[in-house]
Design a protein around this ligand. Sequence first.
Ligand code: MV4
Length: 452
Amino acid sequence: MFKKILIANRGEIAMRIIRTAREMGIKTVVVYSTADKESLPVRFADEAVCIGPPNSKESYLNIPGIIAAAELTNADAIHPGYGFLSENAHFSRTCQKHNLKFIGALPEHIEKMGDKSTAKATMIEAGVPVVPGSAGILASYQDAEELADEMGYPVMIKATAGGGGKGMRAVYKKENLKDAFESAVIEAEAAFGNGGMYMEKLIEEPRHIEIQIAGDKFGTACHMSERDCSIQRRHQKLMEETPSPFMTDELREEMGAAAIKAAEYIGYEGVGTVEFLVDKNRNFYFMEMNTRIQVEHPITEQVIDYDLIREQIKLAAGDKLSGKNYYPKLHSIECRINAEDPFNNFRPSPGIIKNLNIPGGHGIRVDTHIYAGYQIPPNYDSMVAKLIVTAQSREEAINKMRRALDEFYVEGVKTTVSFHRQMMDEPAFLEGNYTTKFMESFKMNEKYNIEF
Ligand code: MV4
């Protein structure tokens, strides 16, 4: 087992990794930017190394600085968390070269899944269902037009380097195809330096349901059931739950088997997530594979009663999986608490937390790095806490979430607590009848605008 892990991350996920490492008897080192000098991970890790200024490029993305910090402190592994360098193939490879175990995916797997068209082609080879569409990259606009005529509208154009919805266009009519194609190429060129496009049939009103998987170095993979992440705004997840209210035992078996097939086909090692689009008839299609631990992993931990960070560290150290799958015994919901104003278009609201009350009690888990007096820096992601509620049924979990949100006080900055409180009263959410389109028509109600 590792003796010392360097954590190349900040915030709640840095705290999350420190906690499991401490339980496993593994020492921790965090790297931090000057903006995070007063942060909890810096106080709670065994060691902390300042690696640069607030700007992520010069700190949390500074590969030479992070490797130097690992060598200086004699770390034997690096945990990248999520975001930042977690899906950077060059970083994974650089760690390998410096004899530091990267507690994340192998560079080949990051590369294969990072290019969406290659990922899709690989899944076709593996026998995993994908959305009908082009065989690889479209060579020209002419190709796009011919294929769309052949498949029929509506279609979706997607950038192969895509992420966060960039370079993606839904096209309902032939007359809009040219503008959509050309603007998507320009957008993808600017964002990724890669204008490669592929095409699919548009899945209307899909659900985003993902399967948590784990793979060992002996070629065995297992699944840990699903998370429904359909409540998103501009490709940012706001809330997740497991089991999905749309799931059936039969669909879980099929999607779980497809996710294992995907992981075993590429020989995936470590924890990962296979994302699917699910249509109204419960047809499911591979969308992407995330080669990292995800923000929403705690809801899975809660319903299968397993520590996924511990599992991830053990797999990186060479542990073997039994091959059995894991099924939800409970219902769990996560609300992402962001320092954003839901009454003002979710505008970021950094600043000092003047006062704070964190909810507690049976079935409540709060993963956070904030405290009263903490200054939320404007440089990073606005997520400041994850409120995770677990109960015997969905109804009980929702009821408990209402109670927990009513106890959650964050004074000094605006947060999404009020948004989630309203969600717990939304008829479509209560019925479990929601798709990725839900937030497009969502409006905040002033009655949830309570000032502290
Ligand atoms: C789609 C789709 C409909 N049809 N593909 C969004 C992120 C990108 N990785 C894939 N995405 C989508 N692909 C086809 N063929 C709809 C989306 C989509 C979406 C998917 C999951 C969660 C939220 C979403 C919001 C808008 C669009």
